[in-house]
Design a protein. Structure first.
Length: 105
């Protein structure tokens, strides 16, 4: 399996959909289904019936996963950039394509 171009903790920008243009931090990555969960983006609502644990019931809001192709890494300037891998000083590192700066390592 190839290394992930987007990882937990990265700042990303949403490229399409109802949250287009919004930015956030990646909370989790789901590699098997190629999805990411971004903090404060793609909020879904579930109506919950009252139960033993939650006698009040009500609305349950949470961040739903987005397909990884709908987000792009946000560079230092806050704009979307692609990510590539390079070997620098004998280490494989992620590099922002627009600026050429290393993302980690």
């Amino acid at each position: 399996m190839a290394s992930a171009k987007i990882k937990k903790g990265d700042n990303v920008i949403v490229l399409s959909g109802k949250d287009k243009g919004r930015t956030g931090t990646v909370v989790s990555v789901l590699p098997k289904v190629e999805k990411v969960v971004v903090q404060g983006v793609n909020i879904a609502t579930r109506h919950r019936k009252p139960s033993q644990q939650n006698p009040q019931g009500g609305l349950d809001r949470f961040e739903a996963p987005l397909h990884i192709s709908k987000v792009a890494f946000a560079g230092a300037d806050g704009k979307a950039t692609r990510v590539r891998f390079e070997v620098r000083d004998g280490k494989k590192v992620r590099v922002a394509v627009k600026s050429g700066e290393t993302i980690d390592g």
